[in-house]
Design a protein around this ligand. Structure first.
Ligand code: PLP
Length: 434
């Protein structure tokens, strides 16, 4: 009987992460300090595990995954299946063949443990007693909480005030692991207080969480800062997604025409797409990023050097940005509410190798609802953006009357995002500003 799942065995879990730095068409612009200021680069180095700093600048194309992390990958559910969405193909009445890489099946419900477990492994090895980080919708925070529980580390997570209130269950899930969640902007940090002074009802964002978390790490001995999204090492660890997908597509006898992922900081997109970089540079396939109209960096931002946080504690990185003063509206897609993004993803966009499109919250949730009805799988709101991109590609294939192999990263499930579905679909949304 036909199975829609293309599965791999435990022995097929990738043994190496892929580092794309050497294969990029242009060198990645390095971070830099604003002129005439203290070295932020140095300050961030002091609170970042050395191994992760080395991975950020490594030149080698491949890095062996330590055996202990491989074992953890098996525990959390790797390898994940590649799923052919035949019901959706029928529903859309398209000649396209549609595949999803099911990262929602990992134990915390998203792709995030691919790097949180790796990062916590190095944190422990380097002798830190705990970590601090920020989260958007809570998926990253929960995955760091899981990793810290595995390695006996303390875990503090700053979460945008809007998600802190909208998503109590991610917070509770993380508390079960032993983590502490705090709302951002925080009254306990200088940068948090400065934001609240300017805007007392500031909803917070991933970036305000970065300011709070950096300050926390700088002031607490033995605590290091973990980056959830846009650093090179987070993309590196997530390449297990794309490496598995490559093998699975070969098993299915398919050559992809387009890869699609939603984009916040850029780690699911980077991890999913970078293993296909060589094919992209040879124009054998397309890369499509889907973002939210509520934080449209790649479609409306400018490509320039900018701080990663409103408190301006990070060095300047070259990326698409809406500016540090940009405050994303209170919408239900916490993981995509950012003013800036990953330097690597931005470079690909700048050079024309990454297409980008932005969709509105109501359209995106409507697609998520259709997907849930026809496939029975409930996507996270962030993932719904990728699904909306899939709809668009499938309709285009239909109009052209041509086959198209569409492969998307299914970055997370939506079991703990039901309040967003209720608010946007069933009409009691005071925060729907799209
Ligand atoms: C389910 C899910 N998908 C995607 C993202 C976007 O993150 P990134 O752009 O780093 O992949 C998030 C971020 O929180 C998320 O929770």
């Amino acid at each position: 009987m036909y199975s829609p799942h293309i599965r791999l065995d435990a022995k097929d879990v990738p043994r190496r992460w892929y580092n794309s730095r050497k294969d990029l068409p242009e060198e990645l612009p390095p971070p830099r300090d604003p002129e005439g200021t203290d070295s932020r680069i140095q300050k961030i180095r002091e609170i970042t595990p050395k191994t992760l700093q080395e991975q950020d600048v490594m030149e080698e194309r491949w890095l062996d995954i330590p055996e202990e992390i491989l074992e953890k990958y098996l525990v959390i559910g790797r390898p994940t299946p590649l799923y052919r969405a035949r019901n959706l193909e029928r529903y859309l009445d398209t000649p396209a063949r549609i595949y999803f890489k099911r990262e929602d099946l990992l134990c915390t419900g998203s792709f995030k443990p691919n790097t949180s477990l790796a990062q916590a492994y190095y944190v422990k090895k380097e002798g830190y007693k705990g970590v601090v980080t920020q989260t958007g919708a809570g998926q990253w925070g929960t995955s760091v909480a899981l990793a810290c529980a595995q390695y006996g580390l303390s875990c503090t997570v700053f979460m945008p005030e809007v998600s802190f209130n909208q998503k109590p269950y991610r917070r509770i899930h993380s508390q079960i692991f032993g983590a502490e969640f705090l709302p951002s902007p925080s009254r306990h940090t200088k940068s948090g207080r400065a934001l609240l002074e300017k805007m007392p009802d500031h909803p917070g964002s991933v970036n305000s969480g970065i300011s709070d978390a950096l300050e926390f790490a700088m002031e607490n001995e033995g605590i290091c800062y973990l980056n959830g999204s846009n650093a090179m090492h987070t993309l590196l660890h997530n390449t297990v997604i794309g490496l598995e997908t490559e093998v699975q597509l070969k098993l299915a006898g398919e050559k992809p025409d387009v890869l699609i992922a939603c984009v916040g900081g850029g780690s699911n997109l980077g991890g999913f797409m970078m293993p296909f970089l060589k094919d992209r540079l040879q124009n054998k396939l397309r890369f499509l990023a889907v973002e939210s109209t509520a934080a449209p960096r790649l479609t409306q931002g400018t490509y320039r050097y900018e701080h990663g946080d409103p408190g301006k504690l990070t060095p300047l990185n070259k990326a698409y940005t809406l500016g540090t003063d940009f405050v994303p509206p209170r919408m239900h897609v916490g993981g995509l509410r950012q003013h800036g993004g990953s330097p690597l993803v931005s470079l690909l966009r700048h050079l024309g190798y990454l297409e980008a499109v932005a969709y509105e919250q109501s359209d995106v949730f409507a697609c998520g609802r259709i997907f849930t009805k026809v496939e029975g799988i409930l996507p996270a709101p962030e993932t719904c953006h990728a699904i909306k991109g899939v709809f668009h590609e499938a309709y285009e294939a239909k109009e052209e009357g041509k086959e198209r192999v569409i492969v998307a990263c299914f970055s997370g499930h939506g079991f703990l995002d039901l309040e967003g579905y209720e608010a946007v679909l069933f009409g009691n949304d005071q925060n729907n500003q799209n």
